[in-house]
Design a protein around this ligand. Sequence first.
Ligand SMILES: NC(=O)C1=CN([C@@H]2O[C@H](COP(=O)(O)OP(=O)(O)OC[C@H]3O[C@@H](n4cnc5c(N)ncnc54)[C@H](O)[C@@H]3O)[C@@H](O)[C@H]2O)C=CC1
Ligand SMILES: O=C(O)C1=N[C@H](C(=O)O)C[C@H](O)C1
Length: 257
Amino acid sequence: MTDEQVSSPAEPLRVGVLGARGRMGAEVCKAVDAASDLELVATVDQGDDLTAVSDAGAQVVVDFTTPDVVMGNLQWCVERGIHAVVGTTGFTEQRLEQVRGWLAAKPGVGAVIAPNFGIGAVLMMQFAARAARHFESVEIIEQHHPRKLDAPSGTATHTARQIARARAEAGLGPVPDATKDEVAGARGADIDGVRVHAVRATGLVAHQEVLFGTTGETLTIRHDSYDRVSFMPGVLLAVRAVPDRPGLTLGLDPLLG
Ligand SMILES: NC(=O)C1=CN([C@@H]2O[C@H](COP(=O)(O)OP(=O)(O)OC[C@H]3O[C@@H](n4cnc5c(N)ncnc54)[C@H](O)[C@@H]3O)[C@@H](O)[C@H]2O)C=CC1
Ligand SMILES: O=C(O)C1=N[C@H](C(=O)O)C[C@H](O)C1
C-alpha cells in the first residue's frame, strides 16, 4: 500500500437539507458546506420536488420544516433507505410509533429525532430530570421568538415528560397547587402534571428555565440559545452518527456519551 492510499480521505457523506430556506435549514446548509467530511448535495424547501434528494444520491437528510409536513418527508426518506436527522417539532408518542414501524421495515436505516440539538439544552434537560425527584414543586418557562409556530416548544414538552417520569419513579405525588384559574390559561399548560408557560417576544431566540421549589429553597436551571449556530454542533454530530445507528434514536443524549 502506498503512502497516498494510506492518507487518502474517505468520501464525504452526502447530505440533503429539507426546509433549506428556513431559519434553521439555512444555518444547517452553511454548517454542512463548511465541514470537509460532508457534502451538501440537495437543498429542498416548500414547493420543491423531494426527488432532488434521491437524484443527488443523498445518504443523510436533515429536516427542519414544520410539524404538518415532517412525517411525510420522513416516511419518504426511510422508504428510500436515506437516513434522517430531524429537528422539526411535533413528535407525539403516536408519531414516534409510526416512525418505528417505517424503520422496522427498512433494517439498516436510521433516524435521529431530537427536540433540541443545543448541547447546553440537552444538558439542561438532563440536569432537570436529575433534580426532579428532590423538589415537590416544578414549573417550566420557555421563551422564544414570535415567529415560532408551535407552543409549548418541543424542548419544554420533552422536559416536562422527563420530569414527570422522574417524579413518578421517586413516588412524588401531584405538584401542590391550590390556585383556581380566574382566566383560562393563567397557570399555563399541563403536560403530564407539570405546568409549562410559553413566552413569545421579539429579540428572543430559544430559552428555557426549569424552576424547582421545596421548603426554604428554589433551584433554577436555565439555558439560552442566543444564535442558531448553537444547534449546529449537535446537528453535525447526529449527521455523522446516524448511518451507524439503525432504527430510532430519540434525543441527542445517546450520542453525547
Ligand atoms: N431540534 C432543534 O434543535 C430545533 C428545532 N427547531 C424546530 O425546527 C422547525 C423549523 O424551525 P425554523 O427553521 O425556525 O422554521 P422556519 O419557518 O424558518 O423554516 C421552516 C422551513 O420549512 C419550509 N417548508 C415547509 N414545508 C416544506 C416542505 N414540504 N418541504 C420542504 N420545506 C418545507 C418552509 O418554507 C420554511 O423555509 C420547527 O419545528 C422548530 O421548532 C428549531 C430550532 C432548533
Ligand atoms: O422553533 C424554535 O426556534 C425552536 N424549536 C425547538 C423547540 O420547539 O423546542 C428547539 C428550540 O427551542 C428552538
